[in-house]
Write a protein that binds this ligand. Structure first.
Ligand SMILES: Nc1ncnc2c1ncn2[C@@H]1O[C@H](COP(=O)(O)OP(=O)(O)O)[C@@H](O)[C@H]1O
Ligand SMILES: [Mg+2]
Length: 321
């Protein structure tokens, strides 16, 4: 592990996305780890004055601990590009594509990355007819943390067709992504730099892997390394690394999968690539890193080192050009 010089790091967290509480926990974890390693830290809970706060802080590097929109969607990245700041994780263009589950499919499926089919539907259409054969999943195109994910079962759990009165994401969003429901198991793989880390299986104790299951200690069992056949583990790592590279992700990302274990490797589908994966104490990337001998502060510093490396490479290229 390369030792970093003492840096002034602005940790960007909070904001006003639906994942604000998660981001505050991620950000505080990152900030304390950096202080523990002797870096100077400025904590910034993002408000509308974020550009001013960053300009005042004038950090060596920004650690982006935001999740969701805004923060994971390219807006904050574009602002930091204009300000000439060096920051962790993916840049503007990658973030815009990866936050949108439909654009992600358009970018990756032509390259042979297996993702579920389906389509974007106007919410009003749902009340007339099903967009796909049941069972299917409805989810917002660009939210995270399973916010607004509904599984429409063959039994007609929300009415048949869906009733506007039934509580679900259709009340909040004008458009939703409809995907065939992939039965089976839930897997996830982190990428750090140019290496896929491990495969974790998530076994929720609630009906599916929802917001509460993700953030309440004990509600989801993490099996790391996942108890899956070697070809499945290898396929998760290959797909996660290829997706990271195809989208142009920087630093770290985490790819979520469903695996229909009755169909072997043909049953493996990438659901999404998270460009700002959780960094809370319960989070999956820190857990995978720990299994590989990298403790939490090591991981935080490794993510910073990736950002500094990319910034140095960009500067050298500019100098040469
Ligand atoms: N096509 C699908 N088939 C089965 N389960 C799904 C499908 N899409 C989403 N889910 C479930 O919803 C969860 C959240 O979906 P995901 O696409 O990862 O979005 P996000 O994590 O951004 O909310 C998944 O972890 C999975 O449990
Ligand atoms: Mg997910």
């Amino acid at each position: 592990m390369t030792a970093l010089p003492r840096l002034h790091v602005a940790v960007l967290m909070g904001g006003w996305s639906s994942e604000r509480p998660v981001s505050l926990t991620s950000g505080e974890g990152v900030a304390s780890a950096l202080e523990q390693r002797g870096h100077r830290v400025t904590r910034i809970d993002m408000g509308r004055d974020v550009a001013l706060r960053l300009a005042e802080a004038a950090p060596d590097v920004v650690f982006n601990a935001l999740h969701g929109t805004p923060g994971e969607d390219g807006t904050v990245q574009g602002m930091m590009d204009l300000m000439g700041l060096t920051y962790t994780h993916s840049g503007l263009a990658t973030s815009v594509i990866a936050i949108d589950k439909e654009l992600t499919k358009q970018a990756l499926v032509p390259h042979g990355i297996p993702m579920p089919g389906g389509r974007v539907v106007k919410t009003a259409e749902l009340y007339e007819r099903d967009p796909l054969a049941r069972p299917y999943v409805l989810k917002p195109v660009n939210e995270g943390s399973s916010v607004g994910v509904a599984i429409v079962t063959a039994e007609g759990n929300y009415g048949d067709p869906i009733s506007p009165q039934a509580r679900g994401p259709w009340q909040e969003f004008d458009e939703l992504l409809a995907e065939p429901f992939i039965r089976g198991r839930e897997l996830t793989t982190a990428v750090l730099g140019d290496r896929a880390l491990m495969v974790t299986e998530l076994i929720p104790k609630t009906a599916f892997y929802d917001f509460d299951a993700k953030y309440t200690d004990g509600l989801t069992e993490h099996v790391c390394p996942a108890d899956v056949p070697e070809d499945i583990a290898q396929a998760c790592k290959d797909i996660a690394l290829r997706a990271h590279k195809l989208l142009g992700c920087k630093g770290t990302s985490r790819s979520d999968f469903r695996w229909d274990d009755e169909r072997g490797v043909e049953g493996l589908f990438l659901l999404e690539v998270n460009t700002q994966p959780g960094m809370t104490p319960l989070s999956l990337v820190p857990e995978q890193a720990r299994h590989l001998g990298m403790d939490y502060p090591d991981l935080v510093e490794a993510i910073l080192a990736e950002a500094l490396k990319d910034a140095a490479a960009a500067k050298a290229k500019k100098g040469a050009g």
